[in-house]
Design a protein around this ligand. Structure first.
Ligand code: SF4
Length: 281
């Protein structure tokens, strides 16, 4: 037996949902054109214009064979294949099934060459359902970006570009097991030159739509790139509102002067990440 207030709340909730349903339908009849903000060349989407991919489960989706991807990456690095295969071919693409099993949501896929892969997507099915139901639909279609967003079948088609991540280097002053960049562990150094960094910042700021254009320098450890301070300074100069570093903080902790120089260059956030070894830690 619930308290009477709970029944009142439930009644109000049902009434509000019903009122919203009719208000929404009524509004669909005489729509005014959408507003075009100055960060976009096209009008914002009306709610009925937003599309959603199929959600729920079981369902089929597009995925990648992790081994095919690793092999293709190695072939490109070794000069055996042209990087353009990533634009013109569906490298490693396979179908995957999203299913519920033993109270978890799994992605199960089979590569004809490398066999079956299973990944846990969620350990809480209700929360996963809530996340999917909260998706409001696709954002405004990207424009002015035909050359910059050509990533083959992985091309980003929607969105307003809120945070750009630039990995300045794959070097790091740590060597953590769960590092998703495998920093210091892949046997080669990949580090952006100043021209690379400048080109990325210049290109990304030219794309529309954009609203809050933030950049997060990441890595590896971005603060050990020789261009870290220049990159922060230049990003602020060309118009990025919020310049961040995804960092382990060691260089800042070692040197007050370095931390001061980063702040003076325009660094707004140091984004610290702490990894545990399980759900409890
Ligand atoms: S500190 Fe971060 S980037 Fe460096 S090895 Fe650890 S997880 Fe990777």
């Amino acid at each position: 037996m619930h308290k009477p207030i709970k029944y009142v709340e439930k009644g109000l909730s049902v009434a509000a949902n019903g009122a919203w349903f009719f208000y929404d339908r009524f509004n669909a009849f005489s729509q005014r054109p959408s507003f075009t903000p100055n960060w976009s060349d096209k009008p914002l989407l009306k709610s009925h214009e937003k599309v959603k991919p199929p959600l729920g489960w079981p369902r089929e989706t597009d995925s990648l064979c992790p081994t095919c991807v690793r092999e293709a990456r190695q072939d490109i690095l070794d000069g055996k294949k042209d990087y353009k295969i990533l634009l013109n071919e569906k490298v490693g693409e396979i179908k995957a099934q999203i299913v519920e099993r033993d109270g978890k949501i799994l992605m199960v896929k089979e590569c004809p060459v490398h066999g079956v892969f299973e990944d846990v997507m969620a350990i809480d099915t209700e929360f996963f359902k809530h996340l999917e139901e909260s998706f409001p639909g696709s954002d405004i279609r990207a424009h002015n970006d035909a050359k910059l967003h050509n990533h083959g079948s992985s091309t980003i088609k929607y969105g307003r570009g809120s945070v750009l991540t630039i990995d300045l280097t794959n070097r790091c002053n740590m060597m953590c097991d769960p590092c998703f960049m495998d920093a210091n562990q892949v046997g080669f150094v990949h580090e952006l030159s100043w021209d690379d960094i400048k080109t990325l910042l210049d290109n990304a700021i030219s794309i529309k739509p954009k609203r809050q254009m933030s950049v997060q320098f990441s890595g590896g450890e971005p603060t050990i790139s020789p261009y870290f301070l220049d990159a922060v300074r230049y990003a602020r100069k060309v118009g990025y509102n919020s310049v961040q570093a995804a960092t382990n903080g060691i260089e800042f902790a070692k040197s007050y002067d370095f931390a001061r120089a980063a702040a003076d260059a325009g660094l707004r956030y140091a984004y610290l990440q702490f990894d545990g070894i399980g759900n409890a830690a």
